[in-house]
Design a protein around this ligand. Sequence first.
Ligand code: EPU
Length: 356
Amino acid sequence: MTVREDVALSELTTLRVGGSARYVLTLSSPEEIPAALAFTRERGLPFVVLGQGSNVLAPDSGYPGVVLLMRIPGLLWSEAENHTRASVGAGVPWDEFVRAAASRALWGVENLAGIPGTVGAAPVQNIGAYGAEVHTIIESVTVYDAQNGEARTIPRDECGFSYRDSRFKHEPHLIITSVAFTLAPDGSPRTDYADLIAARAAGKDLSTPGAIGETVREVRAAKFPDLRAYGTAGSFFKNPILTQEAYDALSLRYRTEIAPYGSIPLYPVPGRVKIPLAFILDKLLGMRGFRLGPTFLFGNQPLVLVADAHASAADVDALARNIEQKVYDATGISIEREVRDLTFHEYRDENAKHES
Ligand code: EPU
């Protein structure tokens, strides 16, 4: 475990904003966790776990607690009857795992290629892209419970997975140390998603997990700004889930006011419909590329909020509020952020002594 003091959160998060964290402890094995928690308790401080910081907004005032930087490595393969199990350390970069699966010609994660972040963060918000969601291939999640000091393995059906959500988002005392995935030696491409249909029509090879992964990375590259030049956290908002009636009313308005023969795309979810907020921002509000000070909505994908190098967390928040208000005024929909404030994931041990 390495200990650093006063570390800029802009260096630890992909939005590249925020003040300093009081302490940053880098964890490179699960065995280091008890000492890290003793460190935070002795100082009466709260902690948050960070992977690559690709889905968090760090405050300009910094974080007066301990950041546990998850860097636990490891990629273990084992054979079961009809599948291959991969047990992956929480600190492994997500796409490194996707490439390793592809090099073994294993199916299951290929549509999730190129997503920034760590393996340990994947179950937290149940990452999804191109018609796939990670919960379907998770077998179990191993955690260290900061409340009672026990390590335990939680099977998939006890993880509370739903669209961009899981119990881990709401129980910050559960520190994910590794994730077990079920991958298949035989599989078939899932290419019913619009961007992949277009890629196939353009002659892209979509026949193997490796080829699909490469195509998905290319498609994604066009939808996200260069992370070396700009701050971003991918989709800043969740796509709204509406009742069928609310969808019909919105669709009717779209046809009446904007496109007589058009329709708003939808993805069915049980009992409801999910609509792409990018479409609303683009076609209803004309907000592609909308700029507010040093922040803007990405031209090719308005759900992606981008921060110039000198932007602050307050600037990012101002743009997000502006959009929340405009969407509400135009549609009556209260959109929800997918990117969370750093302190949303905080855990504070109530029995810890307070700093004098
Ligand atoms: N669209 C427009 N105008 C635009 C861009 C898109 O009208 O300028 C419309 C398109 O017509 C398309 C729809 O919006 O029908 C959806 O766009 P896209 O396929 O790019 O995906 P999304 O729904 O905006 C979701 C995930 C992404 C994931 C993509 C690809 C959420 C919040 N976002 O975005 O996840 O990569 O699908 O599957 O669910 C993330 O979570 O950070 C993330 C990037």
